[in-house]
Design a protein around this ligand. Structure first.
Ligand code: BJW
Ligand code: ZN
Length: 249
């Protein structure tokens, strides 16, 4: 038995993990992009598919400024429910593998669409949380931003400074992404020598467009289902991220 047939724990490596390890090990400036699927094995619901419904509302109709303007209480109930699901959730082996991988690659970057904070909780110091955070609130009147970890929240929550209505500190459809975060993501894509996409349906822009900016970098995807990025992938791992990456941690 040769050494390269064994995983980090000494177990024999299957061909998919062997190929994945070879591709990821070669990269010095990897761009890792994650979506809701990376947190699914931590018990956090995804947005689309069967998981994506909340009291018969779709995420697409709740995650909008229009929905909030029409019924802030309803939208806050959804976020309060999600905060209650995420609060006890812990990082899974996929978060841990990504954290360890990037710890060894100071020129690599993680861009996550997730607002759950699990990458940070797994020890990753500076993830680009490009759609914001479930744990941040912003005043719709004075603009003050604050961390707020109360579960449950009083609905609707009010600003401690001016009494104005608070909104979740996340990016809704039709809203611009935070400029600094987007710039970091675009710059990382332009210089990446590998793009690893984990657990996203890759239908929401501009994040879904980042891999296309990494012209010659190979694309590796981990997702049990095909996505619009799959045809362009050098290697698509059809597996659950935590299950696949766990033995490689
Ligand atoms: C597993 C797994 C396991 C399961 N392991 N995998 C270009 C073309 C077309 C449209 C647009 C475009 N540019 C912009 C748009 C409009 C719009 C958009 O993209 N629309 C499309 C849907 C058509 N984009 C925007 O509006 C963005 N803003 C913008 O572009 O602004 C421009 C502007 C400039 C100047 C002024 C004004 C405006 C904003 C997008 C914001 C998205 N927000 C949300 C909500 C965030 C807050 C919250 O969480 O509540 O972000 S929507 C929701 O979708 C959330 C997610 O981050 C995002 C992506 O979802 P994700 O992560 O991919 O989850 P799922 O559920 O879709 O997929 C899970 C995947 O995991 C599946 O594939 C499973 O198979 C897989 N999986 N288990 C691995 N164990
Ligand atoms: Zn205020």
């Amino acid at each position: 038995m040769t050494a390269d047939r064994r995983g980090p724990g000494g177990a024999k490596m299957d061909p998919d993990r062997k190929r994945f390890s070879r591709l990821t090990a070669a990269a010095l400036r990897p761009l890792v992009i994650t979506g809701a699927g990376v947190s699914a094995e931590s018990g956090v619901p995804t947005f689309r598919g069967d998981d994506g419904l909340w009291r018969s509302h779709r995420a697409e109709t709740l995650a909008t400024p229009r929905a909030f303007a029409a019924d802030p209480g309803l939208v806050w109930q959804w976020y309060d429910w999600r905060r209650s699901r995420v609060a006890p959730a812990r990082p899974n082996p996929a978060h841990r593998w990504i954290t360890n991988y990037l710890a060894e690659r100071p020129h690599g970057l993680l861009v996550t669409q997730n607002v759950d904070g699990l990458h940070r909780l797994s020890g990753l110091p500076d993830p680009v949380e490009i759609h914001g955070s479930l744990w941040t609130v912003r005043c719709t009147v004075c603009g003050a931003e604050a961390e707020d970890r109360r579960v449950p929240l009083p609905i609707p929550p009010r600003c401690a400074g001016c009494g104005g209505l608070l909104r979740p500190g996340v990016v809704w459809f039709g809203e611009p992404l935070p400029a600094a975060a987007l710039e970091r993501a675009v710059t990382a894509a332009a210089v990446a020598d590998l793009v690893l996409v984990v657990g996203t349906s890759a239908v929401v822009y501009p994040v879904a467009g980042l891999p296309a900016l990494a012209r010659d970098a190979p694309l590796v995807e981990i997702n049990p289902e095909p996505t619009p990025l799959s045809p362009g992938a050098m290697f698509a791992v059809r597996a659950r991220a935590g299950e696949f990456l766990g033995p490689l941690c």
